[in-house]
Structures are given as C-alpha cells and as structure tokens.
Design a protein around this ligand. Structure first.
Ligand code: DGT
Length: 218
C-alpha cells in the first residue's frame, strides 16, 4: 500500500444503496486531473473466492462482523491511495461504513454488542491516528421508495432479499449523519444533490456540483 504524499482535494460521494454513486463518479470521467475511486464491491464479492457480500446478506448474524472488518480495510486502502491528480473522488468512506451500516447492524441487533465494540474501537483508532483527507461530501439524497425500485430493477443477485424497511432505515441514518448531525461528527462540508431524478435528467443536476468539485483542478 503506497502512502499519499500530496494532498488532493478529496470528495466522498455518499447516499443510499442505489442512489447513483457510481453514475455520479462516471460523470466526472470526462475531466482531466481527477482520480475516480469506485467502491470495491467486486473485492467484497470475491475475496480469495469467497463472496462476503452474499454471505453477509444470507446470514447477517454470522457474517456481519467479518464483512464490516473487510469493508473497513478496503475503504482505508482507498483513503490512503496516493494520487497524482489534484482532485480525488471516492465512492463512500469509512465514515458511512461506520455511521450508516455498522450503526444499523448495531441497532438491529445483527452485531453482538461485543462485536460492535471491536469495530467501533478500530474505527476510533483509524479516525484518530491515520490521516484521512476529506474536503467535501456530495450527498446524493433520494427517496427510499425510488431507490428501492432501482435496486429491484438492477437485480444484483445479493440484494434480492433487501426489504424496503432496510432502505428506509439506511436513509434515516444517512440523514442523521449528513443533515441532522445527530449521531456523530461529519468530516467535511456537505453538498446535497437531488438524486431522485432519472438518468435522462440527472446530468443537469450533477453539473451543479462541477464547480465545487473541480475548483482545485481549474
Ligand atoms: P449506487 O452506485 O449508488 O447504486 O451504489 P451501490 O448501491 O452500488 O453501492 P452501495 O455502497 O450503496 O452498496 C453496495 C452494496 O454493498 C449494497 O448491497 C450495500 C452494501 N454495502 C456497502 N457498504 C456497506 C457496509 O459498510 N456495510 C454493509 N452491511 N453493506 C454495505
């Protein structure tokens, strides 16, 4: 793992499952001087042949801890990856892993309090001891029923069992973290984007964020 020496303007793209984070990142592929780091979902689906994402969804009580431990590692690797460009755009962060997903697992009782304590101690250590650049958070805000339909439509095999209630709860956790600020600190200013719009209209919405994201590159 190489350690970044330069300090790019670092943006986290956050939002519920199916909110269009990958599409948002793809929009910025047209620009030079920007590094795009998409979420390592494929690594979660194939760690030495094991599909941790699938194991987690099929038997959360058994696999949630293992899955989140690996998510933390892959996210940390992305945070620490060096870039030669002045802007770095990342899909999600160790913060959403902790404040949305681990928080949900703790509240739902999927994680034993002792397992939660271990994950939380790891998070605190990383947060306090390892430099994690964060200059802006783009929050792709959606309505749960809208993303629920998208998730069903894209039919990712592991997500077939995901109920609307789970999407609603994750929505609330994103809102608590990024808008209401009731749960925890937020590492950077938040830019909210209406991500309910469908693909034909969303480009215009994405454009509104270009100035803030590219300002360091232009
Ligand atoms: P997009 O482009 O907005 O449609 O993004 P997605 O839905 O491809 O990406 P994301 O991060 O919202 O979710 C990918 C899958 O991984 C989804 O089934 C939820 C799951 N996931 C992501 N991060 C975590 C995590 O920290 N913990 C848990 N339990 N699941 C996670």
């Amino acid at each position: 793992m190489s350690v970044s020496k330069s300090k790019p303007f670092t943006v986290f793209v956050e939002g519920n499952i199916g909110s269009g984070k990958t599409t948002f990142l793809e929009h910025f592929r047209q620009f030079e001087d920007i590094t795009l780091l998409t979420e390592p979902v494929e690594e979660w689906r194939n760690l030495r042949g094991w599909n941790l994402l699938d194991l987690m969804y099929k038997d959360p009580a058994k696999w949630a801890m293992t899955f989140q431990a690996y998510v933390s590692l892959t996210m940390l690797e992305m945070h620490r990856r060096s870039t030669s460009t002045p802007v770095k755009l990342m899909e999600r962060s160790i913060y959403s892993a902790r404040y949305c997903f681990v928080e949900h697992m703790m509240k739902a009782g999927t994680l034993h309090p002792a397992q939660f304590a271990v994950l939380d101690e790891w998070f605190r250590f990383i947060h306090q001891q390892i430099p994690i650049e964060a200059d802006l958070i783009v929050y792709l805000k959606t309505t749960p029923s809208v993303v629920y339909e998208r998730i069903k439509k894209r039919a990712r095999s592991e997500e077939q069992c995901v109920p609307l209630t789970y999407i609603e709860e994750l929505h609330k956790l994103h809102e608590d973290w990024l808008i209401n600020r009731t749960h925890a600190e937020c590492p950077a200013p938040v830019l909210v984007i209406d991500a309910d719009l469908d693909l034909s209209q969303i480009t215009e919405e994405y454009r509104k964020s270009e100035h803030q994201i590219l300002r360091k590159a232009v």
